[in-house]
Design a binder for this molecule. Structure first.
Ligand code: HEC
Ligand code: HEC
Ligand code: HEC
Ligand code: HEC
Ligand code: HEC
Length: 478
């Protein structure tokens, strides 16, 4: 019986090809899956080979074997698996005895196959949901997002938890758009930089609130921003803010402060005049008691191409994890961490100059940052390169890092390509962040405005001060 089965395969070319594929792939696939289950394969290309090439090849081979047995039997009739043949076997007791072996064999094979396919589906699903697959597989395209993500507070949250979330609908949607994106990568037609805001993003309330509950936020938060000036001493100054984080309100507190916007009883619907959602001519506040306030900078007839959207977390936290810093902040952070020694004269100023030049690639940037700085210090402060070459080298490394963590010329991501809506820019650019709405210009018919009063959002306890008094009062060595 078993031999009839193998004969059947041998007589059909289609089955034969299938059987060869299955036999060739099986040991590698089985070994690799077992290895992945026990030791976990970290290399994303290795995993792609297993789950996107070997896995489908194995399944394809099996399909060929059975197609061949049933439909492409070759010239000689094997009479295997035809209805007549099966009827014979089931009615004739002597033949039925033989049949049992076949059934046993088939059940055994099917068992092995189901086991392998189960493993394939299980591990393959996990692989497709892994950060490696999302962040590294299309390396050049995702490198900026993946780099910024790894340096962010969410570096342990999987991409899929924000980008897909739970439930089958968004899983299917993501696989469809994923297939489109793979094609775009294969043909090189993806946009550089990837355009934001991501208009098809799942509403943030479904994803962020799996972990965060603004109803349970409370109180104010002390925020200290360290800065270094561009004088010879790189003078260290600090701003100290008391952020009114507030709460979205629950049984014990009513909604107040910054997270008042996401309270269940407050619905804010705004119209954006541009695709980037930076120009907001109309904001409507609907409250649970039925009152509605309409704040406008322009009348309806003046608003063209309005995109209507209900405000959620992402309208402020548009960069919760892909946080690209502006150049000043990036360099300040490195000085603060000690990666750029602040004793080097004018290092802040020179760093700002070199990182803001245009380079074609990150490699070119690294090389030129090093040569430019070495040359400048050799000419102006020769003693540094002479007495303390390691210190200068350390600074150069820090500056190169500040650049390569935030600027990706290959994807056309320059400084400030992806602006962050949290807050407002240092130069009070009115079109950015909170001030898109909070600019004293959005007015109701009765003359109420969305406030730009500094104390609405925070108390400014110190602004760019050396050794601010408030921090001395608090003590604790800030
Ligand atoms: C904490 C939630 C969160 C996690 C985790 C996360 N993302 Fe995002 N991502 C976002 C949000 C929010 C946006 C939308 C930004 C916008 O619309 O301006 C975004 C945007 C993007 C974009 C569009 C370009 C850009 O920079 O805005 C890409 C690409 C992307 N994410 C890839 C990834 C990859 C790859 C991972 C995992 C390595 C990941 N994301 C993890 C929240 C997240
Ligand atoms: C899977 C859970 C998870 C999801 C989903 C998630 N976060 Fe977080 N988030 C965290 C954790 C954990 C932290 C604290 C990280 C830390 O302090 O090390 C955090 C921190 C934050 C912080 C504070 C960051 C800081 O600088 O201290 C903000 C703001 C934030 N998340 C916003 C968001 C937004 C917006 C989304 C949705 C796009 C989101 N999170 C989705 C788990 C999550
Ligand atoms: C109106 C803008 C705005 C909206 C809408 C908003 N946030 Fe925030 N959120 C802020 C600001 C501003 C901060 C303080 C940032 C800082 O620390 O500098 C903050 C802080 C946070 C923090 C850190 C809290 C802490 O105590 O450190 C988390 C977590 C967070 N937000 C999550 C969310 C989630 C989830 C949503 C959506 C349900 C949301 N936020 C909606 C503006 C907003
Ligand atoms: C609608 C809310 C809002 C208003 C109005 C507002 N701010 Fe802010 N401000 C913020 C937020 C949010 C941040 C960001 C905090 C952070 O970076 O985490 C910020 C940051 C700052 C910083 C620190 C910036 C830095 O990086 O050095 C200063 C200083 C500041 N604001 C001053 C002011 C002053 C002065 C006014 C009044 C003219 C004002 N703000 C009005 C919300 C507001
Ligand atoms: C899409 C428009 C919009 C954006 C963007 C926006 N806000 Fe608001 N905000 C409003 C409206 C509308 C009100 C209510 C004004 C009123 O009723 O007087 C408000 C009120 C507030 C209040 C007062 C809440 C209370 O207790 O009554 C705070 C604080 C605040 N916003 C902070 C921020 C901060 C910080 C940001 C940026 C991170 C921000 N807002 C971004 C529309 C916006």
């Amino acid at each position: 019986m078993v031999s009839a089965f193998t004969k059947g395969i041998a007589r059909s070319r289609v089955s034969l090809v299938g059987a060869m594929v299955v036999t060739a792939v099986f040991p590698f696939l089985f070994g690799a899956i077992l290895y992945d289950l026990t030791a976990h394969i970290d290399n994303t290309y290795m995993a792609a080979l297993i789950y996107m090439i070997l896995g489908p090849a194995f399944i394809g081979g099996l399909v060929l074997v059975f197609l061949g047995l049933f439909f492409f039997k070759g010239k000689e009739e094997v009479r295997l698996f035809t209805m007549d043949y099966l009827r014979d076997f089931f009615t004739d007791p002597t033949k039925f005895n033989k049949m049992r072996k076949l059934v046993f064999f088939a059940v055994f094979l099917t068992g092995v196959n189901i086991f392998i396919m189960g493993l394939l589906a299980y591990r393959g699903y996990h692989y497709m949901e892994s950060n490696g697959f999302c962040g590294q597989f299309c390396h050049t395209v995702m490198n900026p997002e993946y780099t910024a993500y790894q340096n962010s507070p969410h570096s342990r949250v999987n991409c899929v938890e924000c980008h897909i979330g739970s439930g089958a609908t968004w899983f299917v949607k993501s696989k469809i758009s994923g297939a489109r994106q793979l094609a775009a990568v294969a043909f090189g037609t993806y946009p550089r930089p990837i355009e934001t805001p991501v208009h098809g993003l799942r509403p943030a309330r479904d994803t962020c609130e799996e972990c965060h509950r603004p109803e349970k936020f409370h109180g104010d938060k002390l925020v200290i921003r360290d800065k270094f000036l561009d004088d010879e001493e790189n003078t260290h100054v600090q701003s100290v803010l008391l952020m009114k984080i507030g709460s979205a309100g629950d049984r014990t507190t009513s909604a107040h402060g910054i997270h008042w916007h996401v309270a269940p009883e407050n619905k804010i619907i705004y119209k954006a005049a541009d695709w980037q959602r930076t120009v907001i001519p109309e904001v409507v506040l609907q409250q649970a008691d039925g009152t509605e306030k309409v704040f406008r900078t322009r009348t309806d007839s003046e608003i063209e191409h309005a995109d209507v959207r209900e405000m959620d977390c992402i309208d402020c936290h548009n960069r919760p994890t892909h946080i690209y810093l502006p150049p000043g902040r990036a360099i300040d952070n490195k000085i603060l961490e000690g990666k750029i020694p602040s004793e080097i004269p004018f290092i802040k100023k020179k760093a700002m100059e070199v990182v803001q030049k245009e380079y074609a690639t990150q490699d070119e940037a690294r090389t030129r940052i090093a040569t430019d700085l070495t040359a400048w210090y050799k000419q102006n402060y020769p003693e540094i390169g002479r007495d303390n070459p390691e210190k200068l080298q350390k600074a150069i490394t820090g500056i190169q890092e500040a650049y390569s963590e935030n600027v990706f010329p290959e994807m056309k991501i320059e400084w400030n390509t992806y602006t962050n809506h949290i807050g407002h820019t240092e130069d009070f650019d009115f079109s950015i962040g909170c001030l898109r709405c909070h600019n004293d210009m959005h007015e109701t018919e009765s003359g109420e405005v969305i406030s730009m009063d500094c104390d609405t959002c925070h108390l400014v306890l110190a602004q760019d001060e050396e050794d601010p008094e408030v921090l001395r009062t608090l003590g604790g060595g800030y």
